[in-house]
Design a protein around this ligand. Structure first.
Ligand SMILES: [Zn+2]
Length: 240
């Protein structure tokens, strides 16, 4: 069973890769077929096997031999690993489906934020009604918790970002982070907000300081906060 799920996770991961590249460009995620980002040739079907194709091609395009982004195998592997973790936490229940979809959205958001420093509204704002609906339909959490989560999540981060800007005169947290935090609140409830923020801040601080030391740069070269919020949500979901 787990092997089957893992294989499905790999395939689902290659679909998430398509979402990561196409959602910010507002292109269709179903059509057209994938092309090499360098030579624009259509990728032949036997080169689209998740993970395996990347390894066989040694990470290079079949035609122009330019590098294929290592994001492809990374996302595929992550997506497959998380299907196993979700399965072990929830079994084959409707909650499994709900939370695996939630984790999938977080993976897409994280990699878009890492690449482009933006979080598309369609994912963050769009996730808010989705989270509320899951509370009503699948009874993930009480609807009161979900509503409060969305409201408090938005309010708290909005306040923090306004105060931060007033004090430092520069933008710290983007509006995307505020909307994402609100969406996490809608899915996980208001009680999750504090632990999610703690995990996100702590991991963000550790990575931020490490990057600073390695690059000898200052924190002005801000690293995106979205992936850490996603990490906080995933950590809360599975280990709290
Ligand atoms: Zn190529």
């Amino acid at each position: 069973m787990e092997l089957l799920l893992f294989l499905f996770g790999l395939i689902w991961g290659s679909f998430l890769n398509v979402c990561i590249f196409r959602i910010p460009e507002e292109k269709s995620i179903i059509w057209p077929r994938s092309r090499c980002r360098h030579c624009n040739k259509n990728i032949v079907w036997y080169d689209t096997i998740p993970l395996i194709s990347y390894l066989i091609l040694l990470g290079k395009c079949r035609f122009c031999k330019k590098g294929i982004s290592s994001q492809y195998p990374l996302v595929e592997l992550l997506t497959a690993i998380f299907i196993i973790i979700t399965y072990r936490s929830f079994g084959l229940t409707s909650l499994f489906g709900v939370y695996y979809f939630f984790v999938s959205i977080l993976i897409v958001i994280s990699f878009i934020d890492l690449r482009l420093r933006i979080i598309p509204d369609v994912l963050s704002l769009g996730g808010i009604p989705l989270g509320l609906m899951c509370s009503l339909v699948f009874k993930t959490i009480p609807i009161k918790d979900a509503l409060l989560g969305a409201l408090i999540g938005f309010g708290v981060l909005f306040l923090i970002s306004v105060i931060y800007e007033k004090i430092t005169k520069r933008e710290g947290m983007g509006g995307g982070d505020v909307k994402l935090f609100s969406m996490l609140g809608a899915f996980l409830g208001y009680k999750a907000l504090l632990p999610v923020m703690l995990i996100a801040s702590l991991s963000g601080l550790i990575v931020g300081v490490t990057v600073m030391i390695i690059n000898r740069s200052n924190l002005k070269q801000a690293i995106p906060f979205g992936p850490f919020l996603a990490l906080g949500a995933i950590g809360y979901l599975f280990w709290f």
